[in-house]
Write a protein that binds this ligand. Structure first.
Ligand code: HEC
Ligand code: HEC
Length: 256
């Protein structure tokens, strides 16, 4: 067999693999289920977790809760408030995977730079448990003073309304899949086969906007394990779409 036919055989196999993978991905989507983030820590684990998140390590200036809040609701810190994600009630394995991503340099952010190297993977697992077991507090729908976009409450409501349609229905003309397909109607997150799409309920608009922009620019690539759904979708979104979706997502709350 010459080199050409070898290469041909190889590309055929690869094509077949891509087809099999995308078919199984679609059927996994259909078999998706709502995501649960419950986790129970015993008394000793809780005490360990509380000290891990509230003390600084190495030469870091801030502890986790200085920025993310004691209960992971990140509402108290003026400087970082609205772009610091809320972690309360987020899926445990999602939180853990992101902590490992930061630690290994697969995800980068100035504020999180050089912090996680000081923690063992076991400690990070405990921290993920801790934040996952917190309750997401109700956030006021919108706080003009802390957003980088200057606008009124009325504008925010209209943005949110426009974001709602994209979130729930997507846009078939632009080949944009509805966000709820993976993230759930209320942003509760969903299990997709063996993988999970994170919870978005009540996440800060500013963080969501920044994140969608980071995916679009290829600055955040942690979705590659899932075949890049977020990088692909975010590239199709305009800045106005991102603004509208972020406003809508911040206003989402669980039905109960
Ligand atoms: C100086 C403020 C600051 C400190 C200290 C900090 N964080 Fe963060 N954290 C952020 C910001 C801002 C982001 C968003 C980064 C981005 O995506 O650009 C973030 C992102 C995260 C995420 C990803 C959340 C998601 O929805 O994907 C997790 C998990 C997290 N931090 C946990 C921690 C833990 C655990 C600690 C302590 C060991 C910590 N953070 C310390 C500001 C901080
Ligand atoms: C095909 C499934 C799928 C669809 C559709 C989808 N997402 Fe995602 N989304 C994911 C997965 C999986 C992740 C986690 C990726 C990672 O680890 O970076 C994610 C992550 C995110 C994050 C980051 C969460 C965080 O805490 O940092 C945001 C924000 C987000 N999606 C918003 C959206 C919006 C808005 C839409 C609709 C325009 C959408 N997603 C559509 C699967 C999807």
């Amino acid at each position: 067999m010459n080199n050409h036919s070898n290469i041909f055989a190889l590309t055929s196999v690869m094509r077949l693999l891509v087809i099999i993978l995308s078919v199984s991905y679609t059927s996994l989507l259909l078999a998706s289920d709502s995501l649960s983030s419950t986790s129970n820590l015993d008394k000793e684990e809780l005490m360990n977790a509380e000290s891990l998140v509230s003390l600084t390590r190495g030469s870091t200036e801030f502890s986790c809760i200085d920025c993310h809040g004691k209960t992971g609701n990140s509402i108290h810190n003026i400087k970082y408030e609205k772009q610091t994600p809320r972690l309360a009630g987020q899926d445990m394995s999602y939180l853990y995977s992101q902590l490992i991503n930061f630690k290994q340099g697969a995800r980068f952010a100035n504020e999180m730079e050089g912090i996680l190297q000081y923690y063992s993977n076991q400690e990070l697992q405990l921290i993920a448990h801790y934040f996952a077991s917190q309750t997401l507090s109700k956030d006021p729908k919108f706080d003009v003073t802390l957003d980088t976009l200057t606008h009124s409450k009325a504008e925010d409501e209209s943005w949110s309304k426009q974001g709602e349609s994209l979130y729930l229905n997507g846009d078939s003309r632009r080949d944009i899949l509805a966000c709820q397909t993976c993230h759930g109607k209320f942003g509760e997150g969903r299990i997709i086969g063996l993988d999970k799409a994170p919870k978005l309920t009540g996440q800060h608009a500013r963080y969501v906007r920044m994140t969608l922009e980071n995916y679009a620019k290829g600055q955040r690539t942690t979705d590659k394990l899932f075949n890049n759904p977020m990088q692909t979708i975010s590239r199709k979104l305009t800045p106005l779409d991102r603004r509208n979706l972020a406003a809508y997502i911040q206003g989402l709350s669980s039905p109960n």
